[in-house]
Design a protein around this ligand. Structure first.
Ligand code: NI
Length: 169
């Protein structure tokens, strides 16, 4: 089932998510909904808080559905290692219309549980590493403007505040 994606400003996006206690049938349904919602929005990543669920789960697919091997499901993920540095444009399904250059590690390894609750690990380079970091941030209640400083952050936050005030967000 495709679920509505909540936007910057919704409290669920700005607080840390809780660990999943057990990967039950309900959790698997949630994961399937997240995958369907990500693909429907043509995204390359989605975290559970983005559909209003404060649990530590994310899905990514840097091929946006073109290559089944690129789908990563992570329950209770942790960053196992990272190195290098990349600076690329980044967006977020919870912030349509906004993009910014965000510094991120070039490589990242994430560990967690898969859709069946088995331990799993995924290594990402470039865009995949960026997606892992971006989604991990979501689980900690951070969105990409939180990675920016000064005027670059203020401009985005101010424009969103104005959109919210005028009911356009
Ligand atoms: Ni995002």
């Amino acid at each position: 089932m495709i679920r509505p994606i909540v936007r910057y400003g919704d409290p669920v996006l700005h607080r840390a998510a809780s660990d999943v206690e057990a990967v039950t049938a309900d959790i698997r349904t949630l994961i399937d909904d997240m995958i369907e919602t990500m693909y429907a929005a043509s995204g390359i990543g989605l975290a559970a808080p983005q559909i209003g669920v404060g649990l530590r789960i994310f899905v990514t697919d840097v091929s946006a559905g073109r290559n089944p091997h690129d789908l990563v499901v992570m329950v209770n993920p942790e960053l196992a290692s990272h190195d290098g540095l990349q600076r690329e444009e980044e967006g977020c399904l919870s912030m349509p219309g906004f993009e910014a250059v965000v510094p991120r590690p070039e490589r990242a390894v994430v560990r967690g549980l898969d859709r069946e609750g088995r331990p799993c690990e995924a290594a990402g380079v470039g865009l995949a590493a960026r997606a892992f970091q971006h989604e991990l941030d979501h689980l900690d209640g951070s969105l990409f403007p939180d990675r920016l400083r000064g005027i670059r952050r203020d401009l985005i936050v101010r424009r969103i505040r104005k959109l919210r005030r005028t009911g356009k967000w």
